[in-house]
Write a protein that binds this ligand. Structure first.
Ligand code: PEP
Length: 254
């Protein structure tokens, strides 16, 4: 972690928590967090779409932000079952996940659709949190960095600087209980930062936040975030439990 970049702790709830369960979690979270310290990390919740209004209602005026787990690349139209960036922005979202590995593996998202979604997010004034990461086979074959490069090349086309957060989420670490070692994470994060510096500018690369995701828990977050290029965590399972999420939020400012 580099103190010049504000750390981020983000919770990806996936398809968990109804609106009322989400509202209760938010009330409890507010009570547990109290008044945030100036040095506290930026906290972002990514609930299911149906829980966004409840989260917005509960967290309005707090230091905690919320965002969507996905968006469509068009603003509106005949896209049954889809949600656009404009809908998310109206609910007070400031961020949106793009290209989570579950969306890539289960719902056919590609680097190309991720690129369209990144552009759509920016058009709606949302900060895309672009997820990238290699499969276990790709890591074992030594292709990790070239896979990350290909994912970034296609999803972040063009040279115009855009507000973007990148989340490195090795597929073999998501929901498996097997997190990347701090050194493995650092190697890829440094590569992502270098890529961002090359694509946009050195200042952009230096300021960009790169999060790690994959089995982050209260007992491993500090070691991961001690790495110079790890600016925070995108957390799935451990963000669903109030105690562990509160611990995760507290660690970066400890
Ligand atoms: C995720 O869903 O982005 C994730 C990292 O999940 P988990 O923390 O459960 O591995």
């Amino acid at each position: 972690m580099n103190r010049a970049r504000r750390p981020v702790i983000a919770g990806n709830w996936k398809m968990n928590k109804t609106a009322s369960e989400a509202a209760q979690f938010c009330r409890d979270l507010k009570a547990r967090l109290g008044d945030p310290l100036p040095s506290a990390p930026e906290v972002i919740l990514f609930p299911p779409f149906t829980a966004l209004p409840a989260v917005a209602h509960e967290m309005n005026g707090s230091a905690v932000a919320w965002g969507g787990q996905n968006l469509h690349w068009e603003e509106s139209g005949a896209f049954t079952g889809e949600i656009s960036g404009r809908f998310l922005a109206e609910l007070g979202c400031r961020h949106v996940l793009v290209g989570h590995s579950e969306r890539r593996a289960l719902f056919g998202e590609t680097d190309e659709t991720c690129g369209r979604k990144v552009a759509a997010a920016v058009r709606s004034d949302l900060v895309p949190v672009l997820c990238c990461g290699e499969s276990p086979v790709e890591r074992d074959a030594g292709y990790t960095l070239s896979i990350i490069q290909a994912q970034l090349d296609t999803a972040l086309m063009g040279s115009a600087e855009i507000p973007v957060v990148v989340a490195y989420e090795p597929v073999w670490a998501i929901g498996t209980g097997r997190n990347a070692t701090p050194e493995q994470a650092q190697e890829v994060h440094a590569f992502i930062r270098q890529w961002l510096a090359g694509r946009f500018s050195p200042a952009f690369g230096a300021a960009a936040r790169v999060l790690y995701g994959g089995s982050v828990k209260p007992d491993n977050v500090a070691d991961l975030m001690a790495q110079p290029d790890v600016d925070g965590a995108l957390v799935g399972g451990a963000s669903l439990d109030l105690d562990s999420f509160v611990k995760l939020v507290r660690v970066p400012s400890a």
